[in-house]
Design a protein around this ligand. Structure first.
Ligand code: HEM
Length: 322
């Protein structure tokens, strides 16, 4: 059985999301860190096993060809930007994602810091979010977020690549987006109007019956089915974040899936609607400011990376010699 990265873990209390771009010539240093990610996690996590420190590293489409020779994951491509009538999902730079999670922010912070230290001079942090769990696992809009996530075998089946791409079996795809909320506008709504936008009750966190849910509610637009009529799931581990002095309050969306197609269908529903003129009501109060897609390799892949691609100068020398 292939050892996967820890994509499906019990909900964490704290997370650091680091998105970095690789500087020119930084590829060898990045390869060195990728090989050491799990041992750094073990050394840091050993200090307090109860902290359940975990880390997932993802690799972006453009970075893949700079880092490795050989085959590519079949569905690795840049984030697909969306330009809806009212709302946009921008794509933003990102070669690597580090999703560090645990029960204590100090230990999560320390591991993320070690990664950044190793990448000094080789990569640039272009987005950094420190996320925390809010009361009852609620987002800053006040709703419990994550309860419809699949569990157990269903979760594993939803997030890990199977024999459809044998070279990359056990990998996963992850899409991240940073959303900023218009809290004043959201708080100006009645609780009933907020519940209509989400499709669940706020206090008890119960999904509304199908005949009551609004067609442009968040839950309805994110409920999608495959050709066989089975619901298609992703695993989300969104985190609230904020800076009080800047009046900035947001949700860091992170969704893992076996194929990015599932998450992309959800995003099209949210931003373009299922029919003209429709969009997810949550977007009237939430603006997407980043968007990236990454492939999450297996631990076996990280332990024995494929050879680096030939550098251009070496290729030119080889060509001239032949
Ligand atoms: C459900 C919040 C963005 C996919 C939910 C729920 C909340 C929520 C409160 C209901 C409880 C639950 O089942 O987890 C948010 C917030 C977002 C956000 C605050 C950002 C502003 C997204 C995005 C996607 C997404 C970008 C997909 C691309 C889903 C899915 C469900 C869900 C699949 C479960 C639907 C179901 O099966 O009932 N979200 N979400 N969410 N969300 Fe989001």
């Amino acid at each position: 059985m292939t050892e996967t990265q820890p994509v499906v873990v019990p909900p964490a209390r704290a997370a650091v999301f680091l998105v970095v771009t690789i500087d020119e010539g930084g590829e060898d240093t990045v390869r060195g860190l990728l090989e050491d990610v799990q041992s750094l996690r073990r050394s840091t996590g050993y200090r307090d096993p109860d902290a359940q420190l975990s880390c997932v590293v993802g690799i972006g489409s453009a970075a893949w060809d700079r880092l490795f020779s050989g085959p590519r994951p079949a569905e690795l491509h840049p984030f697909v930007q969306l330009d809806g009538e009212r709302h946009k999902a921008p794509g933003t730079p990102g070669d690597l994602l580090f999703h560090v999670r645990g029960r204590r922010m100090d230990i999560v912070f320390e591991l993320a810091r070690q990664f950044a230290q190793r990448l000094k001079g080789a990569a640039t942090v272009v987005d950094e979010v420190h996320g925390f769990k809010f009361f009852d696992d609620r987002d800053l809009l006040g709703f419990v977020d994550g309860s419809a996530n699949p569990e157990g075998e269903r979760a594993a089946d939803s997030v890990y690549v199977g024999d459809e791409d044998p070279d990359f079996q056990g990998g996963s795809y992850v899409i991240v987006q940073k959303y900023l909320h218009d809290m004043d506008a959201w708080h100006a709504l009645s609780t009933e109007a907020q519940e209509r936008a989400i499709g669940r009750s706020k206090l008890a966190n119960i999904e509304f019956p199908d005949d009551v849910k609004a067609p442009d509610s968040h839950v309805v637009l994110n409920t999608i089915e495959g050709k066989d009529g089975r619901e298609l799931k992703i695993v989300r581990e969104n985190m609230p974040f904020g800076t009080i002095g800047d009046d900035e309050y947001g949700t860091y969306f992170i969704g893992y899936a076996r194929t990015p197609d599932v998450t992309e269908r959800m995003l099209r529903n949210m931003f373009l609607g299922r029919q003209p003129g429709q969009h997810d009501r949550i977007l009237d109060y939430s603006t997407a400011v980043t968007g990236c897609l990454f492939y999450v390799p297996t631990v076996a892949f990280l332990d024995a990376l494929p050879a680096a691609p030939e550098k251009k100068a070496e290729r030119d020398i080889a060509l001239n010699a032949s």
